[in-house]
Design a protein around this ligand. Structure first.
Ligand code: DGJ
Length: 579
């Protein structure tokens, strides 16, 4: 997308701000706001859909290294980048902070019309503590590590180190103070990720002496009270664990949540088959194993992270999230994935222990994309996906079905930016952004997936039931009598995804990626039964107004009788009824 188009789209978003009637007195500071069942990220008074990518862990450790990357990000239609800030690099000597890199990244992002989400690589990164400063790592008496089975230790700071927590919180607070100073206008930094994929690895819980003592003691009253208050809405997985102990309202961790991992069991690095049987491999990652250990760790990580988050928010109250390495086929047991991280089964423990954290976010590399999104949006958790693959159909599903705030493939600079399915999907969402943002969280937006050979799908949207059929990438029917002919089966036919938006009683916006989709309308309200196509327009939003690029009829609409949404072509369609 060239700079003129980028500018027009940004201006379109600005106009949306006016259309939706926000006033200048709205805080321009990025914040979260509910709209129906959705939670949106509001930046300078208007909803922002983050079409993002996360850089490799160390890509932004110098401005020089970033130079060739900025233009790539722009050409890939990104509007936002996730960039790590290393505690070790920012505070190489205790109490001496360096912000030159942060400043440079903000300036370069602005120059490229990009927004930023900073990732605070503090005490933990992928469970371990590789980004803690040297002065923390070497002073292991003051900043203790965890112990695992057999008393072994590893480079993983313990949540039971108050001095570690306080040092991390002090540094993070200094960072937020600085960002506020340099980024009050314009708002380039939108959100913060606090730590990265926290949790214990290679054992199901910390077995250091302070941890063992706490584990043998009572579940804190604060947590018990929270669980009792939210008993009816707890994640079903957690509720089951508690129910199995008779919903005890006090007692030790094992009395309330059942037995922990037996000493005899060694947690491997991965849970692969063999030694797991094929069946275990298929089912183990969907079950909980020694949930008490995971619950105990979740509480302790949540308390620690909450202290860091609150220290930062005291200076600058940006939305802050934590991200999860998910339980998955090769990482089925806690300890093979970080035990205590914000995975769905401990959602409530994190909410109780870290009330200042705004979002629990999945690093979503699994093929069960929609299933994971559904689990992460229970109980109103907003969806932000900080790490994922570049799958274009997932982009539409995230924004159209799960009201996502943002989508962000990992190591984005590795994928050549322009002419990819991802950049096409981002371009499509960007051009429809005002329409999407206006309907998220309501009954008037949906996204579907279709594959060749799938039966047509019925979807109710606005005053119509739409029957959606896959037409793939090939030639689309140009006359009604051709529409019935089945397309030849192509085993390589791509999955298609469509986003469908009802903007008014007879007005729709559509977009698809991966393949085309045919839409037939049937009214759901009394009146004439036949539905005709009114305007069919290819276009895009510019300064909040729909701008027509091509007015469609004839062959492009099956002579007025067939609506086909072709991949990467945003459409505005009005319909009417007759008899
Ligand atoms: C997940 C981590 O959060 C990222 O920082 C990165 O290390 C990737 N895994 C590597 O695949």
């Amino acid at each position: 997308m060239n700079s003129v188009v980028r500018f027009s789209i940004m201006a379109a978003c600005a106009a949306l701000f006016v259309i939706q009637g926000y006033t200048q007195s709205d805080s321009g500071v990025p914040h979260l706001r509910k709209q129906g069942t959705a939670t949106q990220l509001i930046v300078d008074g208007r909803p922002f859909l983050a079409l993002a990518g996360e850089l490799g862990n160390n890509t932004a450790t110098s401005l020089e290294n970033m130079q060739p990357i900025w233009p790539k990000l722009v050409s890939g239609n990104l509007n936002c980048v996730l960039v790590a800030i290393s505690w070790a690099q920012m505070e190489p000597t205790e109490g001496k902070y360096g912000f030159a890199l942060v400043d440079g990244l903000i300036q370069e992002a602005r120059r490229n019309n990009l927004k930023l989400v900073f990732l605070w690589f503090g005490s933990w990164k992928n469970g371990l503590s590789s980004y803690a400063p040297y002065w923390v790592k070497t002073d292991y008496k003051r900043y203790p590590r965890i112990r695992i089975k057999g008393g072994k230790t590893l480079e993983l700071l313990s949540t039971f180190g108050d001095a570690t927590r306080d040092a991390d919180a002090r540094a993070y607070r200094a960072l937020m103070r600085h960002i506020k100073e340099v980024d009050s206008v314009p708002h380039t930094v939108l959100m913060m990720q606090v730590e990265n994929e926290v949790g214990v690895l290679r054992d199901s819980r910390d077995r250091s002496a302070p941890s063992n003592k706490s584990f043998a003691g009572p579940v804190p009253k604060e947590l018990m009270d929270y669980l009792e208050r939210h008993k009816d809405t707890l994640a079903p997985e957690l509720r089951e664990v508690w129910a199995a102990q008779g919903f005890r309202t006090s007692g030790t961790w094992e009395e309330v949540f059942g037995p922990g991992k037996p000493d005899s069991f060694d947690v491997p690095i991965q849970t692969k088959s063999p030694p797991m049987s094929a069946e275990e491999h298929e089912t183990s990652w969907r079950k909980l194993h020694w949930p008490v250990d995971e619950i105990f760790m979740a509480w302790n990580y949540a308390r620690y992270v909450n202290t860091v988050v609150e220290a930062g928010k005291k200076e600058y109250d940006l939305p802050m999230y934590v991200n999860a390495w998910l339980q998955q086929p090769n990482h089925a047991w806690p300890g093979t994935y970080p035990s205590g991280g914000p995975v769905p089964q401990v959602y409530d423990i994190w909410r109780a222990g870290a009330p200042s954290v705004d979002i629990l976010a999945p690093d979503l590399y699994l093929e069960y994309f929609d299933e994971v999104c559904a689990r992460f949006t229970r109980n109103g958790n907003p969806l932000f996906i900080p790490e994922t693959s570049t799958n274009a159909t997932n982009v539409l599903s995230a924004f159209g079905k799960f009201n996502a705030i943002g989508f962000s493939p990992f190591f984005i600079e590795r994928s050549p930016a322009p002419d990819t399915d991802l950049s096409a999907a981002y371009g499509l969402v960007w051009q429809l952004a005002p329409a999407i943002a206006a309907q998220q969280g309501k009954e008037t937006i949906a996204a579907v997936r279709l594959n060749q050979g799938d039966a047509p799908l019925d979807l109710k949207l606005g005053n119509y039931t739409m029957t959606l059929s896959y037409v793939g990438m090939g030639r689309v029917p140009i006359a009604p009598d051709q529409s019935a002919a089945p397309a030849a089966h192509d085993p390589k036919a791509p999955e298609a995804a469509a986003i469908l938006i009802a903007a008014g009683p007879d007005e729709f916006y559509f977009g698809s990626v991966g393949g085309g989709i045919r839409i037939a309308f049937a009214p759901t309200t009394p009146g004439p039964k036949i539905v005709g196509l009114g305007d069919v327009q290819q276009g895009k939003f510019v300064q909040g107004e729909w701008r027509v690029v091509r007015q469609l009829g004839g062959d492009d609409t099956g002579q007025g009788e067939i609506l086909t949404v072709r991949p990467n072509v945003p459409l505005r369609v009005t319909v009417y009824r007759y008899e």
